[in-house]
Ligand binder design. Sequence first.
Ligand code: NAD
Ligand code: IPM
Ligand code: MN
Length: 353
Amino acid sequence: MKIAVLPGDGIGPEVTKEALRVLDALSLPGLTLFEGDIGAIAYKRHGHPLPAETLEMARAADAVLFGAVGDPSCDTLERHLRPEQAILGLRKELDLFANLRPAKVFDGLEELSPLAPEQAAGFDLLIVRELTGDVYFGDKGERVNDAGEREGWDMMSYSVSEVRRIAAIAWNAAKTRGGRVTSVDKANVLETSRIWRETVLEYAAEQGANIALDHMYVDNAAMQLVTGPSQFDVIVTGNLFGDILSDLASAAVGSIGLLPSASMGSRQTEHGTFGLYEPIHGSAPDIAGQGKANPMATVLSAAMMLRHSFGLEAEAARIEAAVAKALADGIRGGDLGGSHGCEAIGSAIIERL
Ligand code: NAD
Ligand code: IPM
Ligand code: MN
């Protein structure tokens, strides 16, 4: 079982280190780790945020454990050299079109959520975010418009096949959860969304009635996630809407430091499905290097890796239970109003494994 570890920038290395300590504490046989540079650190060392050797390392692995990329010193670089291009490039190059972002308020920890307790108690959903299409990957550029003004443009599109394959992921997920899918779009305005909605409807008709499907406009979905989250089970949506709604979901759960993700394609390895696992948060430059980051999102991402890429369900569940127990015992990072540092949180999880 080969894991490419890409810690990246800012708090990336701090949170990744704790996830690796947790994995180490499980003493899994046959695990080999490779570490590579990515993001701003890779740009500084190799002149590119996604060096060829890092991409090769990721390709050769059975799974990738990713920290975060992004650094304010790189914000003025040309787009193709910005650290964010490294994660976008990895997703595209590895064809990781499905991003699973589960968000659940931990049992008994409703007080961590800014939602009313009865709303918080019903917050348990999975965002299935399409990850290699949409306005993220369309043609983009700058031009001078008719009025002689500079203008930026980004092309948004979805093809039928792109929508069908992400719908299939959502359907499969819904079968193992509550059997409900909400497809989120902006079909009242966007042609991209009209094709999205028609394709999801067509896919649903082919699949039969075992999954309950409804459609919601993205603005309404943002509101309903706060006012009535228990109506959601699986949300399937495009790249941009999924990015925004998953940060909203992280706030509802209590902190962005708690939400893991799995990015999957269709490539099978001898152990399971190849995937990239990362917290949904970024490099948090405001707290980087201070030992304050909450590593739980990355630890939970490692658990998703064990489940999806290595078929180690029991070990994944053990990690998740240890994180839940640590939270129940009052272990809180600064993001949750507590004073436990990154390493202390890692140790608290390991003690409870
Ligand atoms: P961010 O997620 O890095 O931070 C948002 C806020 O949440 C900050 O106040 C930060 O301190 C806090 N936070 C985030 N993770 C935390 C954790 N584990 N524990 C405690 N607090 C945490 O988003 P941003 O500030 O918009 O972006 C910073 C940089 O990260 C940018 O360069 C951005 O492009 C990049 N980014 C990268 C990824 C990724 O690598 N996948 C994701 C999002 C943002
Ligand atoms: C995320 C991030 C990335 C995205 C950025 C860093 C490119 O916000 O993983 O959610 O927009 O997908
Ligand atoms: Mn995001």
